[in-house]
Design a protein around this ligand. Structure first.
Ligand code: AMP
Length: 278
């Protein structure tokens, strides 16, 4: 399983990524963590990233793409991964597409955690207070001033990815204002629907294969209708997941928005309205 978690700072990507690691046994690839490690180790990447990160800006695309390209090559990422904090720009997303295509790998889903911006500052303040209470070192970019800049970077450079992945029918949006447990359940439900659609498509392909040598081949028109060998159609998987995302779960709020170009536009309008009110 290969998933991208998309959302502004403080939307809960890191928390949900850790839960997915436990559930699916796949690795969490957080570019923020990798860059912080590079800064701490004083590597050439770290030296380039240090001041940019401290000020709340984005590290150049070629630097982060290089970091991710190397990391995906490692053995523990073979089973799958959750990208947390990458891609953050459209060129990064295009570079990821190329990387995956080159390796014949499929991206299963992009899960957007949609949150109310006015709640983010409060969340980050709580996170900082909790870290301080545990005696942990607080991130230099977790101050209200830098957070404002990180949010601005998200809005201008990362939010266009919502449209990018929506157009590619990969985007699924979850209401990140629900409780951590509810968000986890919602993500699990989406991923289960994708898995089920993949399995169904694989079954269909297997039963469509000629049973033995010399078996009579289907006419060309029928052959063209069967799905290609390999994996489930991502469109079908995304469709099934969208359908699942539409089903309300008892006792919890509905997800804010479902995938799809039309719905993405509606959702974007809602967000603009909400922002205007905030
Ligand atoms: P995060 O831990 O994801 O909030 O990232 C912390 C900081 O690392 C960001 O504010 C950026 O300065 C940098 N960073 C992390 N991921 C990326 C990325 N994909 N592209 C550019 N900069 C990044």
């Amino acid at each position: 399983m290969r998933i991208i978690l998309l959302g502004p700072p403080g939307s809960g990507k890191g928390t949900q990524a850790q839960r997915l690691v436990q559930r699916y046994g796949i690795v969490q690839l957080s570019t923020g963590e990798m860059l912080r490690a590079a800064v701490a180790a004083g590597t050439p990447v770290g030296l380039r990233a240090k001041d940019i990160m401290a000020s709340g800006g984005l590290v150049p695309d070629e630097v982060v793409v290089g970091v991710i390209a190397d990391r995906i090559e490692q053995g523990d990422a073979k089973k799958g991964f959750i990208l947390d904090g990458f891609p953050r720009t459209v060129p990064q997303a295009a570079a990821l597409d190329d990387l995956l295509k080159h390796k014949h790998l499929k991206l299963d889903a992009v899960i957007e955690l949609r949150v109310n911006e006015s709640a983010l500052l409060q969340r980050v303040e709580t996170r900082v207070a909790e870290m301080q209470a545990r005696g942990e070192k607080v991130r230099v970019d977790d101050t209200p001033e830098v957070l404002t800049k990180r949010l601005a970077a998200y809005r201008s450079l990362t939010e266009p990815l919502i449209h990018y992945y929506s157009e590619r029918r990969k985007l699924l949006t979850v209401d990140g204002m629900m409780s951590i447990e509810q968000v986890t359940r919602e993500i699990a439900r989406i991923l289960a629907a994708i898995d089920a659609a993949d399995a169904k498509a694989a079954e269909k392909r297997a039963s469509a294969k000629p049973a033995a040598r010399g078996a009579v081949r289907k006419p060309a028109a029928k052959r063209a209708k069967s799905s290609p060998a390999g994996r489930a159609s991502p469109k079908k998987a995304a469709k099934a997941a969208r359908k699942a995302a539409k089903r309300p779960v008892k006792g919890k709020k509905k997800p804010v928005k479902k995938a799809g170009r039309k719905l993405a536009k509606k959702g974007a309008k809602k967000v603009t309205k909400r922002r205007a009110k905030a």
